[in-house]
Design a protein around this ligand. Structure first.
Ligand code: HPA
Length: 296
């Protein structure tokens, strides 16, 4: 079957970057995405990980891996950002087979939050119970140094939109989900514990998501600090909310790549964000390898 037969008419989305399957509800579209993945693997997938900017290298260390480009998965958008490869890698981290998203979708790319979080819906239907969300983030807290890690204890959704806005499908979860404990305490403790065991600099703190794509102004950073955030980024929060909607366990790990705007007088650029990702590659991979068996 050609993709033309499967995705003949772009009737569901205005966005030409989103290949729309023919099924109508979000649930059915997610089932269609999961079905495609199940034609490639029958592995039990207790854990999935979303690899943030510059952090995709972890997927290269998975053994016996298969790779599925996002443009082969019905309903998935295309990753348009440098540092986000745009494929799902399924392979073993030690004894455990996991699904790793090498690249994610962002609100600033023009995708709706439903499109941004669609892969999380698909992962749930594949049987994933625990989702590890990673990202690159700028720090507001001058005690956090670039290259160090922050385990997310809570978040601020400052995106100006919500991934659950619109009709609710009870097959996924309730209309009014509780977000008291988005990031499971047990998972936070495991990540801190393993980071300490590796001698990595790690803290616990609050992640604020802003839409981007520009980095923030110093005044915005001042505002976000006043609101109680420790770091800022442009991702993670929509995926965490949707995962909790479906009762998945969530862990969030930020790799601090820069001091946020105005915290230092240095301008911020994406190549610096990527360079720090490259620098922490080894320790980040080592951390995930220790964390995954404990959370699976
Ligand atoms: N702001 C927003 N997102 C980011 C930053 C930042 O300073 N660094 C990495 N992602």
């Amino acid at each position: 079957m050609t993709s033309g037969e499967l995705y003949c008419c772009n009737v569901f989305s205005e966005n030409p970057n989103v290949m729309r399957p023919n099924s109508s509800t979000l649930y059915e579209r997610a089932q269609e995405g999961a079905r495609l993945i199940r034609t490639r693997t029958s592995a039990d997938l207790p854990v999935a990980i979303v690899l943030g900017s510059g952090l995709g290298a972890f997927a290269e260390d998975l053994t016996g891996a298969i790779e599925i480009p996002y443009d082969e998965i019905p309903g998935f958008a295309r990753a348009t950002v440098e540092g986000h490869a745009g494929r799902l890698v399924i392979g073993k981290a030690g004894e455990i087979t996991i699904a790793a998203m090498q690249g994610r979708f962002h609100f600033y790319e023009g995708y709706s939050l439903e499109e941004v979080t669609f892969p999380v819906r698909v992962l749930k239907l594949l049987g994933v119970r625990t989702l590890v969300l990673t990202n690159a983030a700028g720090t507001l807290n001058i005690e956090y140094t670039p290259g160090s890690l922050m385990v997310i204890s809570d978040h601020l959704n400052l995106l100006g939109d919500h991934p659950l806005r619109g009709a609710n499908d009870e097959r996924f979860g309730p209309r009014f989900p509780d977000l008291t404990s988005v990031y499971a305490q047990r998972l936070q403790d495991i990540v801190i514990d393993e980071a300490n065991a590796l001698g990595l600099e790690v803290r616990r703190g609050i992640y604020a998501a802003l839409s981007g794509p520009s980095y923030e102004t110093p005044a915005e950073i001042h505002m976000v600090r006043t609101l109680g955030a420790d770091v800022v980024g442009m991702s993670t929060v929509p995926e965490a909310i949707v995962a909790r909607h479906m009762d998945m366990q969530v862990a969030g790990i930020s790799c601090i790549t820069n001091l946020a705007a105005g915290v230092s007088d240095q301008p911020i650029d994406h190549s610096q964000v990527m360079a720090i990702g490259e620098r922490v590659r080894g320790s980040f991979t080592a951390l995930l390898k220790r964390v995954i068996p404990r959370i699976a």
